[in-house]
Design a protein around this ligand. Structure first.
Ligand SMILES: Cc1cc2nc3c(=O)[nH]c(=O)nc-3n(C[C@H](O)[C@H](O)[C@H](O)COP(=O)(O)OP(=O)(O)OC[C@H]3O[C@@H](n4cnc5c(N)ncnc54)[C@H](O)[C@@H]3O)c2cc1C
Length: 490
């Protein structure tokens, strides 16, 4: 039988981006909220051992910004005042083998180092006094009420002094936000529970990032993406403004047959080998600021805890601990923000309706919120040879969707329609349904624009020769992600 919800104490495991957003949401519902973080928290914006990915540039997508602004009003202005780069009215180049388009950002968004973003949000929250962060504290295991399936707290190790003091902390709700290395699968197995099949995208992804300073005399540096060519194993290159005087250059490739170099001497020459010389040219005006540093992601994993009928009460999981996406798409923090919004909505609902199956319904809704990101990642990454989806379900008409999207981008570029490319980015930012882009009307426009007849010939292999059946084919290939419903915050 369900226990009635109590709102005394909640504990969040991990003080990364998801942990901060979850704790902020919980602070308006619970009398006490603790973050348990195994790292020593820095006294200024610095990278930490527990978040090694923070060296690499972290983009916040517009939806993520919108949610974070609602939770931490004014954080964008605060980061801008601290030297963040304002994207408002800035242009960026999107370069492919077929040509390029320039996009202009019409929103004020701040680009800054991940450590800076995390530090500002954490300080704001701690200063408000409703959340406490226990640094150098490591969650060791879940504590279940004897003979039940109810989580009543955590076993925690205080690491301030060796060998560490181990103690129990009681809580009405525990949320695991400990990231991609989460121990939750082991803890659940230790509690005698069996786990559903996970989805795994074996991406074998390699990242290499190097930072450059912009000298005062350097010409204007706009951000750019040079899209890679999976079929030729050519990495994607990103040239991104980070703070007002810093640029991150990032090379990324999936599939595992080539990991971008982290060698100082080879980094610039590998950049010159991208499908377009724009980034290599831009670097010549800049001063190297760091050595290149790598990051490897063997696979993206999506747990299906919502399928467990015996999922413990008093327990939730969010962020990378629930589902990791390929970082090159820059969606992880926005996904975390979307999950935090689900948590908020569900806490409001359960206050009105105590009968709601809070934990299972919340997990299900978070899973729904992750569906589009997972689908987009799988489609993009499986274009690289060697990337495989290990899952009980397959992606229907995968090749068709991959090829349609490639042709759509090519069409936007060749017909010089930046608004089409914007729509494509909006889809990757969880703001536009894929069905608004991948549909029969769009296909007809692409066929008409292609005077060579090549698009028509490509389509002939899928054509069902009947409008109604073609529509059914598109519906089968492109799920309805019900974004409007997911984006509701009340
Ligand atoms: C190379 C790279 C680049 C990326 N770029 C982007 C980007 O551009 N945009 C974007 O939105 N996302 C990006 N991401 C994804 C992003 O980093 C994460 O999705 C996002 O930060 C959410 O992470 P999290 O808070 O769930 O986990 P994490 O950020 O990994 O935080 C987990 C925290 O839990 C702590 N912890 C772990 N175990 C314990 C324990 N047992 N007890 C106590 N504490 C514990 C860790 O110390 C850490 O502080 C990138 C990821 C990578 C790998």
């Amino acid at each position: 039988m369900r226990q009635p919800m109590t709102y005394e104490r909640a504990i969040v495991i991990g003080g990364g981006m998801t942990g901060i957003l979850a704790a902020k949401v919980l602070s308006t519902f619970y009398h006490q909220v603790f973050i348990i973080e195994k790292d020593e928290m820095p006294d200024s914006p610095k990278n930490r051992l527990g978040t090694p990915q923070a060296f690499h540039p972290h983009r916040m997508l517009p939806l993520g910004k919108q949610i974070v602004e609602r939770l931490f009003p004014g954080y964008t202005k605060e980061l801008l005042a601290m030297g963040g780069f304002n994207t408002l009215d800035q242009t960026s180049r999107f370069i492919t083998k077929d040509g390029e388009l320039t996009l202009t950002d019409i929103e004020e968004t701040v680009v800054t180092r991940r450590a800076m973003l995390e530090w500002v949000l954490m300080q704001r929250m701690l200063n408000e006094g409703q959340v406490q962060c226990l640094e150098k504290h490591e969650a060791l295991s879940l504590q279940l009420k004897e003979g039940t399936n109810q989580v009543i707290g955590l076993v925690v190790k205080d690491r301030h002094e060796k060998p560490g003091r181990i103690f129990e902390m009681k809580a009405d709700l525990v949320i695991d936000t400990s990231g991609r290395m989460s121990k939750l699968p082991k803890w659940l197995k230790d509690a005698g529970l069996s786990l559903p099949q996970t989805n795994e995208l074996s991406v074998s992804l390699g990242y290499s990032t190097r930072y450059y300073k912009i000298p005062p005399e350097a010409p204007y540096q706009q951000s750019m993406v040079v899209v890679g060519q999976p079929e030729r194993q050519i990495p994607t290159g990103l040239f991104e403004r980070v703070d007002h005087d810093l640029v991150a250059v990032l090379l990324s490739a999936a599939g595992g047959s080539h990991y971008p170099t982290t060698d100082v001497d080879q980094f610039d020459s590998e950049t010159a080998g991208l499908t377009h010389p724009a980034i290599a040219d831009a670097i010549t005006h800049l001063t190297p600021y760091t050595k290149p540093k790598g990051f490897r992601v063997p696979s993206c994993v999506r747990y299906h805890y919502e399928q467990m009928n015996d999922w413990p009460s008093g327990l939730l999981v969010m962020g990378d601990a629930l589902c990791t996406l390929d970082p090159i798409h820059g969606q992880g923090m926005t996904k975390a923000a979307l999950e935090a919004q689900v948590l908020e909505r569900m806490l409001k609902q359960v206050q009105k309706n105590q009968q709601l199956s809070f934990e299972k319904d919340t997990l299900q809704q978070m899973q729904d919120a992750n569906e589009l990101g997972w689908w987009l990642c799988a489609i993009a990454d499986m274009a690289w040879e060697g990337v495989e989806l290990k899952s009980e379900t397959t992606i229907p008409h995968l090749t068709f969707v991959q090829e349609f999207l490639n042709r759509y981008v090519q069409y936007a570029i060749l017909t010089k329609q930046p608004e089409r490319l914007e729509a494509y980015h909006q889809m990757h930012s969880f703001l536009t349904e894929p069905r608004d882009i991948i549909n029969l009307e769009q296909l007809h426009a692409m066929i008409q624009a292609d005077t060579s007849g090549e698009t028509a010939e490509w389509w002939s292999q899928w054509d069902q020769k009947d409008d109604e059946r073609n529509r059914a084919f598109f519906h089968e290939a492109v799920p309805d992600f019900r974004l409007q419903q997911l984006l509701l915050f009340n």
